[in-house]
Ligand binder design. Structure first.
Ligand code: FMN
Length: 361
């Protein structure tokens, strides 16, 4: 029987991913000391997915500057002191046969919130400076919903933002990651620049789509110039889901530019730059967006409400996407790739650690 597409390898630059079922970045809010350093939780959590057969494990949104954290408990990569802990995650994941990537992030106007964990205030709204929060920065002084109004970044500060991403990528490489993902989705800083809902700048980083895309393009070009062989992904919110926001066709245009800049892969998500959007959430609801972006020429991943093996396989065989990226279903079943390989009659033994062979029914 032919190998299901979900379990066929994929190569980007010189890196081969053993299959196309990847783990989506998921914030863990597990840095209890609030210093951005990896903890035991990260060392247990991420390698578990590699043990469960994932092709790639993408480590959560990891802040490129301290004020770019969503919450004080986020992982960080803004200093050399973060490299050792991250390198343990990467080496454990790789030792179990998966590739390891890390999402490089700046939360922009959605920074300084409580961790989205039980016992906290569900991760919504800004934590004031008097309570240990900090003033968020953004393309424009426009608040997200009822969050605090951010400080508009001056043009002179933007090279520092680009440099923070480029330096973070350099640390990620030093930590042993196989790929980096630039977070330009979910209403965080780079998405805020891309979207007319949050970018009212009148300088060269605002205005038309080309102006709004300038910052993320500089980030990608900077990383590519420093690391010619590194697979570079960009996660995008393909649409803001409201009139006047960014559309999937805008995102396809930007993806074409990012391809010229040296990006290798677009991870297609959507939304989260306005609380006013009506999002038609349902099974694989973001796959049509991935298909639009894919037409720009780069391989794409689709993510969102993908919970069944046959559903994932169909998204690939119908060429809506090149990779299936799953978040919550991996939390429910950390052996998801082993489970789905069995269901799709793929070669489970190829991804199952030999120590688990007696689990065969
Ligand atoms: C606990 C949790 C944390 C998340 N953190 C991130 C993150 O760090 N970066 C990101 O781009 N998306 C994050 N997301 C979104 C997921 O990566 C994914 O896009 C979303 O959950 C939809 O996929 P799913 O239906 O398979 O869960 C998070 C989702 C969850 C459930």
């Amino acid at each position: 029987m032919a190998t299901p597409k979900l379990f066929a390898p994929l190569s980007l630059r010189d890196t081969t991913f053993r299959n196309r079922l990847w783990v989506s970045p998921m914030c863990q809010y597990a840095c209890d000391a609030e210093d951005g350093r990896a903890t035991d939780w990260h060392l247990v959590h991420y390698p578990g997915f590699a043990r469960g057969g994932a092709g790639l494990v993408i480590v959560e949104a990891t802040a490129v500057t301290p004020e770019g954290r969503i919450s004080p408990r986020d992982l960080g990569i803004w200093s050399d002191g973060h490299v050792e802990g991250l390198s343990r995650i990467a080496s454990l994941v790789k030792g179990l046969g998966a590739a390891a990537a890390i999402q490089l992030a700046h939360a922009g106007r959605k920074a300084s919130t409580p961790p989205m964990l039980p016992g906290f205030e569900r991760g919504r709204g800004s934590v004031p400076e008097s309570d240990g929060g900090w003033r968020a920065v953004a393309p424009s002084a426009l608040a997200f919903g009822d969050y605090d109004t951010p400080r508009e970044l001056a043009a002179e500060e933007l090279p520092g933002i680009v440099n923070a991403f480029v330096t973070a990528a350099e640390r990620a490489v030093r930590a042993g990651f196989d790929a980096v993902e630039v977070h330009a989705a979910h209403g965080y800083l780079l998405h805020e620049f891309l979207s007319p809902l949050s970018n009212a700048r009148e300088d060269e980083y605002g205005g038309d789509l080309a102006g709004r895309a300038r910052l993320v393009r500089e980030v990608v070009r900077g990383i590519r110039a420093a690391h010619p062989d590194l697979p570079v992904f960009v996660r995008v919110s393909a649409t803001d889901w409201v009139d006047g926001g960014i559309t999937a066709h805008d995102t396809a245009t930007v993806s074409g530019w990012l391809r010229e800049d040296g990006a290798d892969f677009i991870d297609v998500s959507s939304g989260a730059n306005t609380p006013d959007a009506q999002i038609p959430v349902g099974p694989a609801y973001q796959a049509p967006l991935a298909a639009v972006v894919r037409a720009a020429g780069l391989p794409v991943g689709t993510v969102g409400m993908i919970t069944q093996s046959w559903q994932a396989e169909t998204l690939l065989t119908t060429e809506q996407a090149d990779v299936v990226i799953v978040a919550r279903e991996w939390l429910r079943d950390p052996n998801l790739a082993l489970t789905w390989a069995g269901e799709l009659r793929a070669d489970v033994a190829a991804i199952r650690p030999p120590q688990l062979f007696r689990a065969i029914r």
